[in-house]
Design a binder for this molecule. Structure first.
Ligand code: NCD
Length: 304
């Protein structure tokens, strides 16, 4: 039985297969409409979500399956003090596959050790978010056609942004990758990633606070929200929240074919006037999220 806890649980070949299946679903969704008949997905969300939870649910419905679950910890027995391990055992008695989001780093991993059915990490604290990464990869595949030889700018909250951590891990396995890490001093990537990933694998990267200066070299600009819920005090959040606001004038020196990605939700960091720029791909990401999750569910349930 396979789980998806970390994007590195999947080989690059498996990622390519998921992307290929997702592209096939986009081309011919009817072919997949009955694939998960009588199967059930449970969504256990101990933290807020719009896209991740609803795209998982839509994905399962479009495969002909059903969905159960909860969308806040308060409405589950976690609020009575039940452990994650007991919750997962219970849910495994009712569902064939589980997508779980939790504020504690590592909670989905712990859950997977006790689970009788596949567990998917739908975001664990400031740590990882592998299915957002699959969404990002499908979007990159559809926009760029390849994963090699890309310079990717990550901008915003690189410290707490779990989507950044997972995507950096995923991209580090391709050839000719360069990362440009754009953040305020206090929101730089965590040291464990710097040492284990960037230095450990000799990845080409630079760090800067200057978004506009970085722009001309980027193939992809990955914007992120400052993660308010991970801050220890509100003053720091208020001081840092508007560090970067992408507006049309800041895109003047950006390449014509640069893709602007954002996992969403956006707060202030991309002006709505950027939405009509052909380079803005964040609402395509939203759509792709459902298709790649359909491919992932098929894989983990071992449906042909
Ligand atoms: C992201 C998350 O939950 O980490 N959202 C998402 O799943 N698309 C990004 C964020 O909350 O900023």
């Amino acid at each position: 039985m396979r789980h998806l806890i970390d994007i590195m649980d999947l080989t690059t070949d498996e990622i390519q297969q998921l992307v290929d299946v997702a592209n096939d679903i986009i081309a011919d969704p009817d072919k997949y409409a009955e694939k998960c008949r009588r199967k059930k997905l449970a969504t256990l969300f101990f933290e807020p979500s719009t896209r991740t939870r609803l795209s998982f649910e839509a994905a399962m419905y479009e495969l002909g399956g059903n969905v159960l679950g909860f969308s806040e910890a308060q409405s589950s027995s976690a609020s009575k003090g039940e452990s994650v391990a007991d919750t997962i055992k219970t849910v495994g008695a009712y569902a064939d596959i589980i997508a779980m989001r939790h504020p504690k780093e590592g909670a989905p991993m712990v859950a997977s050790l006790r689970s009788d059915v596949p567990v998917i990490n739908a975001g664990d604290g400031g740590h990882n978010h592998p299915t957002q990464t699959l969404t990002d990869l499908l979007t990159i595949n559809r926009v760029k056609g390849h994963f090699d030889d890309l310079t990717i700018g990550f901008c915003g909250d690189l410290k707490f942004g779990r989507t950044v951590h997972s995507l950096m891990n995923a991209m580090s396995r391709y050839e000719g990758i360069k990362f440009v890490l754009i953040s305020p001093e206090e929101l730089k990537i965590p040291e464990y990633l710097r040492y284990n990933l960037l230095e450990g694998h000799d990845i080409d990267y630079e760090e800067t606070t200057d978004l506009e200066a970085a722009m001309p070299q980027l193939d992809i600009l990955y914007m992120t929200r400052v993660q308010r819920e991970r801050f220890f005090n509100e003053q720091d959040y208020i001081r840092l929240k508007d560090s970067y606001i992408l507006t049309p004038d800041k895109l003047e020196n950006a390449p014509e074919d640069m893709a602007i990605l954002h996992p969403l939700p956006r707060v202030n960091e991309i002006s709505v006037s950027v939405d009509s720029d052909p380079r803005a791909k964040y609402f395509d990401q939203v759509k792709n999220g459902k298709f790649i999750r359909m491919a992932l569910i098929l894989k983990l349930l071992e449906v042909e």
